[in-house]
Design a protein around this ligand. Structure first.
Ligand SMILES: C[S@@+](CC[C@H](N)C(=O)[O-])C[C@H]1O[C@@H](n2cnc3c(N)ncnc32)[C@H](O)[C@@H]1O
Length: 273
């Protein structure tokens, strides 16, 4: 049986990411290779054909997920008893995809209707709790245990929040946990401006509200944070391309700063007190 899906605005973008991970998995040499995306799509009653104009973003979404998976596995290898707070999880299969020690805790967070849909499609996942709330609220933090090193993952989220909401969310996380890492992706100001022109984004009536916070200003605004890594999406995509021509074009693009910085994957660490 398929699930009727009615998601609006930025929630609909989770179907876009899911669709692109499924397309990646159909390639001869996938960048990510997520076997769950297509299985989930097959159970959703939604016209995925209307997302066709997004196909060119397949390497981007796959490279992003691969980088986030790698950083999550690194965190869990260093902190097998740690907590992963997977914000804006959408219908991503990350907790099934990566090596996850039984001693680790994992919380998937997204809007309540997204979490309901996720539960219908995936069922319970061992060692994973679901939390339905907007991440901009404060009450849901009461459900999140403290006292373990935490990895806060925000993939495809912060650009949908106003800059003040990003700051508030980060402050709450830093007050809540004593040590951990914060991983997110962000877009350049020019991408934020033009994103609305993309037909699928326009049809979903959404757009980007904030650009990647500049590291110097971000660490000054949130003092316990230290930048530990930043990767350019274009550089990573270049590395993963199997086709020599596409690889050369992408590598050339990665030398042009506006293209190089169009989307970046950021990792910060923090220790408080
Ligand atoms: C582009 S999708 C990314 C989903 C998932 N991380 C992935 O990569 O497939 C954006 C996600 O952000 C979620 N989102 C946006 N604003 C949110 C908010 N204020 N609170 C909770 N989730 C939010 C949407 O519901 C959606 O699942």
């Amino acid at each position: 049986m398929t699930e009727q899906v009615r998601l609006s605005q930025e929630k609909e973008t989770l179907l876009m990411a899911l669709y692109l991970r499924a397309l990646d998995n159909r390639r001869e040499t996938p960048i990510l290779g997520d076997p769950y995306a297509q299985e989930v799509i097959d159970r959703i009653d939604y016209d995925f054909a209307k997302l066709g104009s997004l196909k060119g973003n397949t390497p981007l979404i796959a490279a992003r997920a691969r980088q986030f998976d790698a950083w999550t596995e690194e965190f869990l290898a260093a902190h097998p008893g740690g907590l992963v707070l997977h914000l804006a999880c959408g219908l991503d299969s990350r907790p099934l995809r990566i090596a996850r020690p039984a001693s680790a805790q994992w919380i998937d967070v997204d809007y309540p209707d997204v979490i309901e849909l996720r539960e219908r499609l995936y069922g319970p996942i061992d060692g994973v709790r679901n939390l339905g709330s907007s991440v901009t609220g404060s009450a849901w933090w009461e459900e999140v245990p403290t006292g373990r090193p935490a990895l806060i993952l925000a993939e495809g989220l912060l650009m949908y929040l106003a800059a003040e909401d990003v700051d508030r969310l980060v402050d709450r996380a830093l007050e809540h946990f004593t040590a951990g890492s914060l991983v997110f992706d962000g877009v350049a100001p020019w991408v934020k401006t033009i994103a609305r022109l993309q037909p699928s984004i326009r049809r979903a009536d959404t757009g980007f509200r904030s650009a990647t916070p500049a590291p110097a200003a971000f660490t000054e605004a949130h003092p316990p944070l230290r930048l530990t890594d930043q990767r350019s999406a274009v550089e990573l995509i270049g590395r993963y391309q199997a086709n020599a021509v596409t690889r050369s074009i992408t590598r050339a693009l990665a030398r042009v700063p506006p293209a190089r910085d169009a989307m970046r994957f950021m990792r910060y660490s923090f220790t408080r007190g």
